[in-house]
Design a protein around this ligand. Structure first.
Ligand code: ARG
Length: 493
């Protein structure tokens, strides 16, 4: 058996069981590129500080480059008895270049080394996820552009609520994803401080330059406190929290599309290329990718919970438990990227069933709220008729002006009253199995005399949807503005 790097103090070698149980090379080799990056920066700093010669540094850098080449060519031998990625690379470097390699671990511990590697890895991972988020946003915006003007029922409590434009609904997901990306970038900013040089926990008595390595590795600054530097795992708790939120958003999208693909809804059809069949039921075509998007959100949450639980009882500083921090992070990143990519692919391969959606729209009195708004607006017009007419809008809604002389002969209509009136209209429709637009003006006037002929400009989903005109609402002008915003922001051509 090869002597361990710490062999000096030991009389016995470790048992096979313990070696197998404690190794991390089977998963932390994922960090190899960042480990080499960190070691190169560290060696350069040691040389500049006179802790190793220029020629030692040069052979270390050359050796590390060769190791990277070998790893990427599949020629590198990863050894379990060398425990982890750090010791595998260092031991191989020693075999390759001899004495100079032994200087590389000057003023460094695996405790600061592993975190340096991990932070560099997470930084890259965040960029990968952010790119996948953008890719999905683009797919959703394109889907919205292809379905401009398509009205769908909007739901609350999964009951029909108000008509909305499909692009409006799709852009709601785009907004959520934008915040997801923002959370990741925030997390990256907070994460980007360099632990290297904190050594085991207390720093070092050797004259190193932590600012130099920090800068060389693209960190904002070295971490201020060496104990914090080797104990900090909140950077990955924050990262996996952000991933969990993204996963939940995707899960909700998945649920919505699975529902919409059902016979009962029938609002969308995935193409065969993103569907799977059944081994027993010949007729089946299932939206599995989005079901699995929903399902895999569970493991992303699980990864976060693993990490939180792992850390909750640990005193400062490093504890070997912390070796368990890597797999959940790797898994979370891989899973979220997969979820984002497959959601984008699904979005590119579905069609919305206009006819079916159209047929479904009359049900559920989606225009009822618009009708209540109609009554409030009517009363508002009455309230300002006469003296107010011809004045600029700002004037007649300005209280100080109205105190100064405008006489209000009507007091307007409380929304609660309008709600009650429309409720009565809906009640009548339900009992006669009619839509609101089927009621005659006489029917309506009998319920309330304020209804006029122009009420029919408010009824029916097409009319109703376009009455929504406040900032951010679902009317076509507002949605067109939103679409313009995203097309420009995401540089969609
Ligand atoms: N493989 C270890 C980990 O991932 C590296 C740090 C080991 N440090 C130690 N003192 N045993 O945590």
């Amino acid at each position: 058996k090869e002597n361990k790097l710490w062999g000096g103090r030991f009389e016995q070698t470790v048992t096979d069981k313990v070696e197998k149980f404690t190794e991390s090379i089977s998963f932390d080799k994922e960090l190899y590129k960042h480990d080499i990056m960190g070691s190169k920066a560290h060696a350069s700093m040691l040389a500049k500080q006179g802790l190793m010669s220029e020629s030692d540094k040069d052979s270390i850098l050359k050796g590390l480059d060769e190791i990277q080449r070998k790893i990427e060519a599949g020629e590198f031998e990863w050894r379990e008895d060398r425990e982890d990625v750090h010791m595998n690379i260092e031991a191989t470097l020693t075999e390759m270049i001899g004495e100079p390699a032994k200087k590389l671990h000057t003023a460094r511990s695996r405790n600061d080394q592993v975190l340096t590697d991990f932070k560099l890895w997470c930084r890259d991972a965040i960029d990968r996820i952010a790119a996948s988020i953008k890719n999905l946003q683009v797919a959703l915006v394109k889907l919205a552009l292809n379905n401009e003007g398509l009205i769908v029922p909007g739901y609350t409590h999964l009951q029909r609520a108000q008509p909305v434009l499909l692009p409006h609904l799709l852009l709601a997901y785009v907004e959520q994803l934008e915040r997801d990306a923002g959370r990741l970038l925030d997390c990256k900013l907070r994460m980007n401080f360099c632990p290297l040089g904190a050594c085991a926990l207390a720093g070092t008595g050797l004259p190193i330059d932590r600012f130099m390595t920090s800068e060389a590795l693209g960190f904002t600054a070295p971490m201020r406190n060496s104990i914090d530097a080797v104990s900090d795992r909140d950077f990955i708790m924050e990262f996996l929290s952000a991933n969990s939120i993204t996963a939940i958003h995707l899960s909700r999208l998945g649920e919505e599309w699975v529902l919409w693909a059902s016979e009962e809804f029938g609002f969308l059809t995935p193409s065969d290329s993103v569907s799977t069949g059944s081994s027993i039921m010949p007729q089946k075509k299932n939206p599995d990718p989005m079901e699995l998007v929903r399902g895999k959100s569970a493991r992303v949450i699980g990864d976060l919970v693993t990490l939180l639980t792992l850390c909750k009882g640990l005193p400062l500083a490093y504890n070997r438990d912390l070796q368990e921090d890597k797999e959940p992070v790797f898994d979370s990143v891989k899973t979220v990227v997969g979820m984002l990519e497959v959601s984008a692919e699904f979005a590119q391969n579905i069609t919305f069933n206009q006819e079916r959606i159209q047929k479904s729209l009359p049900a559920g009195h989606l225009d009822a709220t618009t009708l209540a708004d109609y009554l409030v607006n009517k009363a508002r017009e009455e309230m300002w008729r006469g003296e107010g007419e011809g004045l600029p809008r700002e004037k007649y809604v300005d209280n100080s002006y109205s105190r100064g002389g405008i006489r209000r002969d009507k007091s307007g209509l409380p929304f609660r009253t309008a709600h009650e009136i429309v409720g009565t209209c809906v009640h009548l429709c339900v009992s006669r199995n009619l839509r609101l637009e089927d009621l005659t003006l006489d029917d309506l006037k009998r319920i309330n005399p304020a209804f006029q002929q122009d009420v029919y400009e408010y009824l029916g989903v097409e009319n109703a949807v376009n009455k929504f005109c406040s900032y951010g609402s679902t009317g076509s002008a507002c949605v067109a503005n939103q679409l313009d915003y995203w097309v420009a922001k995401l540089e969609i051509s």
